[in-house]
Design a protein around this ligand. Structure first.
Ligand SMILES: Nc1ncnc2c1ncn2[C@@H]1O[C@H](COP(=O)(O)OP(=O)(O)OP(=O)(O)O)[C@@H](O)[C@H]1O
Ligand SMILES: Nc1nc(=O)c2ncn([C@H]3C[C@H](O)[C@@H](CO)O3)c2[nH]1
Length: 210
């Protein structure tokens, strides 16, 4: 199981598709278009942050249960990143300490279930690192209405918080082997040579594991 990680708009879904095609494996996309809470959360984070966290946790657990059956199946974002968002929501007063506590108890229970499975952790975590400027550029380019700073200027600060939290998160991530992809330099979406370079990086990392 290969897992993509990185900030909002880093290119996880795009690279997940490319990696899945490369290995001929299934890609499990993050719940966005079918997400009944995401736009509500962006409109009213105080009301919907906890519900959104529970939704993502549930969907990721569901994907992991399906994905772990094949070595090179691809997950678009890891279950381990959700706590980063949760903690930011606590800092921002959108999630209470009690909600945070209940969330972590539920997460621990779920992780115990995963420990009972043949594959307890991803084979490789692929972290896409992008600058804050690139992150904003990509969010704008992709154009999801509820994510646009021009509609809600307070999102600038939120995006800064998310972006700032990622390097430490990646540093402290030790559940599996991990690699870092430079998402600023390599335009794996529009440039085949860049995509090949990134795929070679992933191939090399997987070869080292076996
Ligand atoms: N390396 C890249 N070079 C150029 N454009 C890119 C690159 N990666 C992603 N993009 C573009 O940036 C936008 C966001 O990409 P994508 O949806 O894959 O990000 P994501 O990490 O899955 O975001 P989210 O966390 O919101 O799900 C898309 O328009 C995509 O085409
Ligand atoms: N609050 C919050 N918690 C999460 O665990 C989480 N995971 C993803 N997202 C948001 C980021 C993108 O807008 C969009 C697609 O990644 O969904 C999250 N938001």
């Amino acid at each position: 199981m290969l897992v993509l990680a990185g900030t909002i708009g880093a290119g996880k879904s795009s690279l997940a598709g490319i990696v899945g095609s490369h290995y001929g494996t299934d890609v499990f996309y993050e719940s966005v278009d079918d997400n009944p809470v995401l736009d509500l959360y962006y409109k009213d984070p105080k009301k919907y942050a906890f519900l959104l966290q529970i939704h993502f946790l549930n969907k990721r657990f569901e994907s992991i249960k399906k994905a772990y059956k094949h070595n090179n199946n691809v997950l678009d974002r890891s279950i381990f990143e959700d706590a980063l968002f949760l903690d930011l929501n606590v800092i921002n007063g959108n999630v209470t300490r009690t909600e945070q506590h209940i969330y972590h108890e539920l997460l621990n229970n779920m992780m115990e279930e995963l420990e009972g499975m043949p594959k307890k952790a991803p084979d490789l975590l692929i972290y896409i690192d992008v600058s804050f400027e690139k992150m904003l550029e990509r969010i704008k380019k992709r154009g999801r209405t509820f994510e646009q700073i021009e509609n809600d200027p307070s999102l600038y600060h939120y995006y800064q918080q998310v972006h700032d939290a990622y390097p430490r998160w990646f540093d402290e991530y030790h559940m599996s082997p991990k690699i870092r992809i430079d998402g600023d330099t390599y335009d794996f979406v529009n440039d085949d040579a860049a995509a090949d370079h990134v795929l070679a990086q992933i191939d090399d990392a997987l070869r080292d594991l076996r």
